[in-house]
Design a protein around this ligand. Structure first.
Ligand SMILES: Nc1ncnc2c1ncn2[C@@H]1O[C@H](COP(=O)(O)OP(=O)(O)O)[C@@H](O)[C@H]1O
Ligand SMILES: [Mg+2]
Length: 313
């Protein structure tokens, strides 16, 4: 059963999910009229999810550790990491987002200004609980930011086991979440190597623009060199991003990508103004434009990654 609350008189109404399923499937915003005060109001898509039945009580199991990475900047890594995390959280999973980028954009997108984050965890200045902030229901954040530059220098100076620094610091958190999603900075540095020594699954967003496939094949080589030392990690998802359906070029690149990596390529994320506007409001795509096609694309990715065809439908 779905509960919709009237924003005017706060009266709660039980609604049969079968009746609204068609609207949920269409992804469009819908409106409701309160039976008590007759107030007409828009209903947000994520209010329609029956949380009591979707809450996944899997505490105790090890989290799936997924890193979102590609050396090229501006391909949609941060956007994908945050919105995938937010979507998994809406689907009832406990999610920790780890921002390993010095730009600290994950916090910005979620409208948070954490006092501490990954730096303090890696330098052991604070306990994990002190470094992590709750960003939404089921969604936690270990923020990145400028201070990570100093951490990279500390890692670089280590003469022994430098690549395991992050894995060691994160270990106590492994059983507290269903998913640990890590966003990485562009380029290739010691912190990314650390992420690849901790994560077990790799998700690569590939912008369907000029030269994306070159960056991908370069990354595959780098991943191969990590796998020589750590075979637990593997590429799981290639997410085409910025698909502009009005022009031919991106569709050609998408077909090429599917031919080259048929087992990894996911349904693309279409080009959407909403995705570039949402961060300045501190909102995820599900909050900013729940009825948009970008929201529908990220819900599809949530189903793929969670391996649950019924998630957020
Ligand atoms: N599908 C999309 N459609 C339109 N704009 C997007 C899309 N995905 C991301 N953006 C915007 O493009 C810019 C780069 O995305 P971002 O996720 O920060 O890339 P990266 O983390 O790889 O550098 C951001 O301003 C973001 O809001
Ligand atoms: Mg980024």
């Amino acid at each position: 059963m779905v509960i919709i609350t009237c924003p005017k008189c706060a009266r709660k109404h039980k609604v049969n999910p079968d009746i609204i399923q068609v609207h949920i499937d269409s992804g469009k915003n819908i409106s409701a009229t309160c039976r008590s005060c007759k107030y007409k109001f828009p209903v947000l898509m994520d209010q329609l999810i029956d949380r009591s039945s979707t809450e996944k009580q899997t505490q105790g199991q090890k989290a799936r550790k997924i890193c979102v990475t590609l050396s090229k900047g501006g391909v949609g890594k941060t956007t994908t990491c945050v919105n995938l995390g937010a979507g998994l959280a809406l689907a009832g999973y406990r999610v920790l987002l780890v921002d390993t980028d010095t730009q600290g954009q994950s916090s910005y997108i979620l409208g948070k200004k954490p006092n501490a984050g990954l730096t303090e965890l890696l330098t052991k200045e604070l306990t994990p609980a002190e470094c992590i902030v709750n960003a939404r229901k089921n969604l936690w954040l270990l923020g990145g930011g400028k201070s990570l530059a100093g951490v990279k220098r500390i890692i670089d100076r280590k003469s022994f086991g430098a690549e395991w620094t992050l894995a060691e610091a994160m270990e106590p958190l492994d059983h507290q979440y269903d998913f640990i999603l890590m966003d990485t900075s562009p380029g290739w540095d010691q912190l990314i190597v650390n992420v690849l020594f901790y994560a077990t699954e790799v998700l690569v967003p590939v912008a369907l623009e000029v030269m994306p496939l070159h960056g991908l094949s370069e990354f595959m080589k780098s991943l191969g060199s990590i796998q020589k030392y750590r075979n637990e990690i593997s590429l799981k998802y290639i997410v085409p991003t910025f698909l502009d359906t009005r022009i031919k070029g991106p569709q050609v690149l998408y077909s090429e990508l599917k031919k080259l990596y048929p087992e990894y390529v996911c349904t693309p994320i279409r080009y959407s103004e909403s995705l570039s506007e949402a961060p300045s409001f501190g909102k995820t795509i599900f909050e900013f434009a729940p009825g948009s096609f970008a929201s529908a694309d990220y819900r599809e990715l949530v189903r793929k990654v969670s391996r649950d065809d019924t998630a957020l439908v």
